[in-house]
Design a protein around this ligand. Structure first.
Ligand code: ADP
Ligand code: MG
Length: 591
């Protein structure tokens, strides 16, 4: 005999759910994250209680089970965590949900849709109604003398509650999917979503396909329509064991079983201790590389990485990888995954991670981030700015440290990492400050030198002038002349070098950059011509050029070249050329 209890969640809730649905429309798979993270929270709470001696650590391991049935169009999430008493369901599900949702509405009802909420954190349990018409909870608290509770709610409007016969500690949430969301009962789809959000959650997550035939025929009392069972699905146990969802792996499993071998114990879908959570001293290079392959599906080895590990003044852990990039073929776009206590939040949140670091690949876990606020609030949050600055500083420290201690490595990586560093210097003054002395340039001998080193070496011949090469082949004539005069130039052939040069000039008032063909340095001028010869050449050349260019009154200056192998040479003043390049860039050619 159960005494039923019915109630309205709130008079406002009919307004709330359309809003929630609308807000979260773009990623309504997020309910998976919310429900599984609630299960993790429930386990964490229980672990805390046992640490405090208020609960005896159970024999069976903590776990979360996700089960789908495409036939029934249901998903269940089960945890063996702390559970809830009737009073707690009242408090945390019925009331808090109401007030939480109301606060949510209050905060966001007038806001435009572009102002996306980042984590959708705090929405939690009720996100289930984005995909389900009906949701049930069956839960039993760790407190032995409390009755289990059954709770049911349709459309997030009215709930009913009664006692349940459940005997195991923990909570089971069942979602009866709505018409638009049947996809989530599909094994491959749900595994994909779990992989996206829950790869590193701190409690083991197992998956079962409830439609699959049972391993032992005697157990196969469930009526299953064989046609509906996906071929790739093995039995319930085996289907939990992979992250490799490709058909081949599954086929192998089937073969093993036919050979009469015992199926392996099911493996969880997630890794409960991500590499970033370990102390850097305990991680091997192989582990870093393996983690990189697994998370970014990039089979090119990363160049190197930075392990961030900080407890004070804020909590931040993570690993940033410098990928090997081929600027010609790859797009320069990395991925930085942001986590909150091992729960995936989103990729590439530019408010938290400096823009230029988006070229890297990595994971950042920051439990202290206020992720339940809107993006614009995040942008103006001083704390978020501190995190962003910290990450920038760490990257600069790693790079300058490598320059100082492993210059050879640094030079080896330079071709790959220099676009990133230059971009960072252009985007972030603090980064520029830290990195400007560690930018190196290849010179005409193929050696890497810094700008101060170049200036020092050329002090006498070309003080404060920096000559650079943008195309080694096209400018080879000049390069040879430079070399024969014992003069040096820097190779700067990348697209980013042009804005980078402009910035360097702005920062170092006395330094000026000239492309190697910009002017004829005195060093190249040979013996002075006799007045007669000079005039003869001048007249001839003036006539030739005036005709060729269809211009009058050209001012021609004749000088002899020291280099005997060069008959003549063209120069173009730096300023004129830069102006032309700029016009070309803005599509004003010919003006
Ligand atoms: P939040 O997780 O941010 O507190 P939720 O809406 O996700 O908000 O959950 C509301 C509350 O319901 C939780 O704080 C918790 O007390 C309770 N709860 C939800 N799911 C579970 C569960 N699986 N086990 C125990 N308690 C739960
Ligand atoms: Mg929650």
């Amino acid at each position: 005999v159960y005494n039923m209890k019915n109630g309205n969640l709130s008079i406002n809730s009919e307004n709330i759910f359309p809003v929630i649905k609308k807000w979260l429309y773009s990623d309504h798979d997020i309910f998976v994250r919310e429900l599984i993270s609630n299960g993790c929270d429930a386990v964490t709470k229980l672990k805390k209680l046992s640490l405090m001696g208020e609960f005896d650590e159970p024999d069976e391991p903590y776990r979360i089970d996700v089960t789908t049935s495409a036939n029934d169009k249901t998903i269940t999430f089960t945890d063996n965590g702390i559970g809830m008493t009737e009073e707690e369901v009242e408090k945390y599900i019925n009331q808090i949900a109401f007030s939480g949702a109301e606060a949510f509405l209050e905060q966001y009802k007038d806001k435009a849709t572009e102002e996306q909420i980042i984590g959708h954190f705090g929405l939690g349990f009720y996100s289930a109604f984005m995909v389900a018409d009906k949701v049930t909870i069956e839960t039993k608290s760790y407190k032995g003398d409390e009755d289990a509770v059954y709770w049911e709610c349709k459309d997030g409007l009215e709930y009913s509650m009664k006692k349940s016969l459940r005997t195991e500690r923990g909570t089971t949430i069942t979602l009866y999917l709505n018409e638009d969301s049947y996809e989530f009962a599909n094994e491959y789809r749900i595994k994909e979503v779990i992989d996206k959000y829950c790869s590193f959650m701190p409690v083991e997550i197992y998956y079962t396909n409830a439609d699959a035939p049972k391993e032992n025929p005697k157990d196969a009392t469930v009526d299953v329509d064989a046609k509906e069972v996906d071929e790739k699905t093995n039995d319930a146990e085996n289907s939990t064991d992979n992250k490799t969802t490709d058909a081949e792996a599954s086929a192998d499993d089937t073969k093993d079983k036919k050979d009469g071998e015992k199926p392996e114990a099911p493996k969880p879908l997630n890794t409960t201790t991500p590499l970033w959570a370990k102390h850097p001293n305990d991680c091997t290079d192989e582990e870093y590389k393996e983690f990189y392959r697994k998370v970014f599906h990039d089979y090119k080895e990363p160049l190197f990485w930075i392990h961030l590990n900080m407890d004070y003044p804020f909590n931040l852990k993570g690993i940033l990888y410098f990928p090997k990039i081929n600027t010609q073929y790859d797009n320069l776009e990395g991925t930085i995954k942001l986590y909150n206590n091992q729960v995936f939040v989103a990729d590439n949140i530019k408010e938290v991670i400096p823009e230029f670091l988006m070229l890297l690949k990595g994971c950042i876990d920051c439990p202290d981030l206020p992720l339940n606020v809107s993006r614009s609030a995040l942008q103006n949050d001083g704390f978020v700015k501190k995190i962003s600055d910290y990450i920038t500083k760490k990257v600069a420290d790693k790079l300058s440290g490598m320059y100082k201690v492993h210059r050879e490595d640094y030079e080896k990586y330079w071709d790959d990492i220099n676009p990133f560093i230059k971009f960072g210097c252009l985007k972030d003054l603090k980064f520029l400050d830290k990195m400007k002395d560690y930018c190196i340039y290849k010179n005409l001998e193929g050696k890497y030198i810094t700008l101060p080193e170049y200036l020092e070496a050329g002090k006498e011949k070309y003080e404060n002038k920096v000559f650079y090469v943008t195309d080694e082949q096209a400018q080879s004539q000049y390069i040879n002349m430079f070399k024969s005069e014992g003069m040096d130039a820097l190779i700067m052939t990348q697209t980013i070098d042009s804005p980078f040069i402009t910035m360097l000039e702005q920062k170092n008032e006395n330094v000026h950059f000239y492309r190697i063909d910009a002017e004829l340095s005195d060093n190249f001028v040979g013996e002075e011509l006799s007045e007669e010869t000079a005039k003869e050449y001048k007249d001839k050349l003036t006539a030739t050029f005036e005709k060729a260019l269809d211009m009058k009154n050209l001012n021609v200056k004749v000088e002899s070249l020291k280099d005997e192998n060069t008959s003549s040479i063209l120069t173009q003043p730096e300023e004129t050329r830069r102006m032309q390049e700029m016009m070309k860039m803005y599509g004003m050619a010919g003006m």
